[in-house]
Design a protein around this ligand. Structure first.
Ligand SMILES: Nc1ncnc2c1ncn2[C@@H]1O[C@H](COP(=O)(O)OP(=O)(O)OP(=O)(O)O)[C@@H](O)[C@H]1O
Length: 282
């Protein structure tokens, strides 16, 4: 079963368009959403949450988002808390009245784990503490689907690691799912099962992370050798002064066809740069 199913999602702003995005997030998995600034990640998340209007079909936990499904979804977006003048203790008394499945014990357990002072006003929190509090409140509502928009941005590696561990724990029972957008591809390489890459409102790929990292590689060779490479292997290429670099797909087949050309593994960051800066055969 899929936690999220998106079919032909289209959304138009004055200067930006999401174009025909289709993808699924499998139940029990973590999907990482990557793309350059302004690629449309937040817009996709807002459509899923029905905060933004859209054309197309989005099913969340098997149905169109409604008052009942909302109980099972929570999101950590880049917005402000209820009030900066409340402390976590006061927040708990408000949220416990709002969420049907609210788990107070779990909330205080998480705050303890995150070393958050429950009597301190949020206005005096550091950025990392605010994110941790938001994640703690989201998890304590006991959602089945958690959507996070760049939760680890601007946080130090130790705090980031704590948050990643909590997310892994959240999906451990294979009932819960996470969709997380991030620029820190390193974080996603650690925890995501699948990666979706968007560029300028278009879906480039939505694939199993391990297959993805196995299936793509960088070819560095001379312009002369590159000219003889079958274009169907080449996703993007860059002709530099001294060599040519190409992002190659179907790596295993490529290696068989061109045993004398050397390809290197690449990470998600390098892949994103290639898509953003490389040339494409039309
Ligand atoms: N309410 C809006 N009205 C008009 N344009 C908008 C609105 N919200 C977003 N946009 C535009 O849509 C485009 C995509 O924005 P979005 O926030 O989805 O990108 P993103 O991939 O999340 O970027 P970032 O990584 O910088 O957060 C941008 O060009 C942005 O200016």
């Amino acid at each position: 079963m899929n936690a999220i199913e998106i079919k032909n999602l289209n959304k138009k702003y004055d200067n930006f368009e999401l174009k025909d995005i289709s993808l699924n997030v499998k139940k029990g998995s973590i999907m990482g959403l990557i793309g350059e600034n302004g690629a449309g990640k937040t817009t996709i998340l807002k459509c899923i949450l029905s905060i933004s209007k859209y054309d197309g079909e989005i099913l969340v936990l098997g149905e169109k988002i409604n008052i009942n499904t909302k109980e099972n979804i929570n999101a950590v977006l880049d917005d402000v808390f209820l009030s900066e003048y409340l402390n976590p203790y006061e927040i708990e008394s408000i949220l416990s009245g709002i969420y049907k499945n609210w788990d107070s014990n779990y909330y205080f357990e998480l705050l303890d784990k995150f070393k958050i002072n429950i009597k301190k006003d949020i206005k005096d929190f550091s950025k990392g503490m605010k994110v941790k509090l938001k994640i703690a409140t989201a998890l304590s509502s006991k959602p089945k689907l958690l959507i996070l928009d760049e939760p680890t941005a601007g946080l130090d590696p130790v705090v980031r690691d704590e948050i990643l561990d909590i997310l892994l724990e959240f999906v451990e029972d294979e009932e819960n799912s996470v969709l997380i957008s991030s620029h820190i591809t390193n974080d996603l390489e650690k925890i995501a099962d699948y990666i979706t890459f968007v560029e300028d409102g278009r879906l480039i790929f939505s694939e199993d992370k391990y297959e993805l990292l196995e299936n793509y590689a960088i070819l560095r060779t001379s312009e002369e050798d590159f000219k003889n490479v079958d274009r169907s292997f080449v996703e993007r290429y860059k002709i530099n002064k001294y060599n040519t670099e190409a992002l190659i797909t179907n790596v295993e087949k490529f290696k068989i066809k061109y045993p004398n050309l050397i390809v290197d593994k690449l990470d998600l960051d390098e892949m994103m740069v290639f898509y953003a800066k490389g040339n494409k055969y039309e």
